[in-house]
Design a protein around this ligand. Structure first.
Ligand code: PMP
Length: 463
């Protein structure tokens, strides 16, 4: 696909030099920088311009942070207003008019049952810090330490959050099955698979020999993001609410990625009507600047002063940008728009699978979409239902698709258990034309990646 190339803003050699110096000087743990060798210098809405003058449609959106895309005018205006007012930019956790306005705006969006009786804790600026705060809160409130989390979960990189994501730490977490339609651990998929997952949870919690001490909380993503875009079935989430309520276990909804309209409702728990005890919020609530909070039922507010502190809990610019973002999403019905447009994109992507056997599954909710790539030639993989099986995932093809997308001016992310899920997280402001361009470029990239795959080329055309 032809992409208009404006003049480079730095000479090509400088662009190369920046990338080379990054590779030499930055940590081996760097991530996105490896698969996306771009030097962004300007951005507006969904478009990023690289130092080499190339333009990209950004379907990564700062890992789901940029609900309004890059540099939205209302966000810039809110930031400028604070700067021009002479307000302090750093105030620890002191009260300010900016913070007051942010909290009011945020509470106006929460499920009313929670908002009527909520407390908010401003945390260190990352999602993972808010996850740690949530764990500390529920432990202090219940006097218990054990946590429940789900297979395929992602909650962050600090010790507690990492343990809840399946990483090795000494935090005690019991892992429960998250329903997965395409790769159902029970080999059934659908409602039956979700029912069996819920039954296993109940059984384990009630079995005196189940090896699970009374837990303080269950943490769940209403749609697993990094885990490969796995939406929790609404009925299953309601069962989790009943199970936790009946056993006095706090339910923590991690809406770090799903929040602020992303999935088609303002908060993803609204799809099921579930009201959690604690919500963990970050990413989009800061309007592109770092901000993380937990909001929770006042009855849990039993921890001590200083129980969860941190120097950077008072970022005024982030609160102003965040309040402007929340208000804009609410006033302009962007959650509904994400639902409609997301469903349209999902349908188009599902239609593509007729011509691309390497598309194993297309799933998502709103503008949180995943395309799982598989190797159909490799024979049956996981048994997913009584009459079907999913071929093995194809992470090599996913990498090739990501690179082909980049060549066509499209930035996509990979995720999932085997990094074989191409993830789309466009801003909620994307236009119909941009949505069409995203699917067109992706389809084109997939065809090119399939053609260039050595294994597939050797096997000849599949269709
Ligand atoms: N929870 C979820 C659901 C996330 O998607 C992420 C980040 N991808 C986090 C927590 C951690 O957030 P952060 O990277 O800001 O620490």
């Amino acid at each position: 696909m032809a992409v208009t190339e404006p003049a480079p803003v730095v000479p090509p050699a400088a662009h190369e030099g920046i990338l080379r110096r990054q590779a030499l000087r930055e940590s081996a743990a760097r991530t996105y920088a490896r698969s996306l060798p771009i030097v962004p210098v300007r951005a507006r809405g969904m478009t990023i311009e690289g130092a080499d003058g190339r333009r990209y449609l950004d379907c990564l959106s700062g890992a789901g942070t940029l609900a309004l895309g890059h540099n939205h005018p209302v966000v810039l205006e809110a930031i400028r207003k604070v700067i021009d007012s002479g307000a302090p930019l750093h105030v620890l956790d002191l009260a300010t008019p900016v913070k007051d306005a942010f909290t009011t705006e945020l509470f106006a969006t929460l499920p009313p049952e929670l908002a009527d009786d909520a407390r908010i804790q401003f945390c260190g600026p990352a999602g993972t810090d808010a996850v740690e705060a949530a764990f500390k809160l529920v432990r202090a409130a219940t006097g218990r330490s054990e946590l429940l989390a789900f297979t395929g979960a992602y909650h962050g990189m600090t010790a507690g959050a990492l343990a809840a994501s399946g990483g090795a730490t000494d935090v005690r977490v019991t892992r429960l099955p998250f329903p997965h339609n395409y790769r159902c651990p029970f080999g059934t998929g659908g409602e039956r698979g979700a029912d069996l997952a819920a039954r296993w949870t109940e059984y384990l919690l009630d079995d005196p020999k189940g090896g699970v001490p009374d837990p303080a909380a269950m943490i769940v993503e209403p749609v697993q993001g990094e885990g490969g875009v796995n939406p929790a079935p609404d009925g299953w989430l309601r069962r989790m609410r009943e199970i936790t309520r009946d056993r006095s276990i706090a339910l923590i909804a991690d809406e770090v990625q799903t929040g602020v309209g992303r999935t088609g409702t303002f908060w993803a728990v609204e799809h099921s009507g579930v009201v959690p005890d604690v919500m963990v919020l970050s990413k989009a609530i800061g309007g592109s600047l770092p901000l993380a909070v937990i909001v929770y039922r006042s009855g849990l507010d039993l921890w001590q002063p200083g129980a969860h502190a941190g120097t950077f809990r008072g970022n005024q610019l982030a609160m102003a940008a965040g309040a402007a973002t929340l208000a804009y999403v609410r006033e302009n019905g962007l959650a509904e728009r994400a639902g409609t447009l997301g469903a349209r994109m999902l349908a188009r992507l599902q239609a593509l699978s007729a011509d691309h056997p390497s598309i194993g599954d297309v799933r998502g909710r709103g503008l949180m979409i995943g395309i799982e790539l598989v190797d159909p030639e490799a024979g049956p993989g996981d048994v997913t239902s009584e009459n079907g099986s999913a071929p093995p995932p194809d992470p090599a093809l996913a990498v090739a698709v990501q690179q082909e997308c980049l060549r066509r001016g499209l930035i996509v992310e990979l995720g999932g258990r085997h990094s074989a899920v191409v993830r789309l997280l466009p801003p909620l402001t994307l236009t119909d034309e941009q949505a069409t361009a995203v699917v067109d470029r992706l389809a084109d990239a997939l065809s090119a990646a399939e053609r260039s795959s050595p294994r597939r080329a050797a096997a000849g055309p599949t269709r």
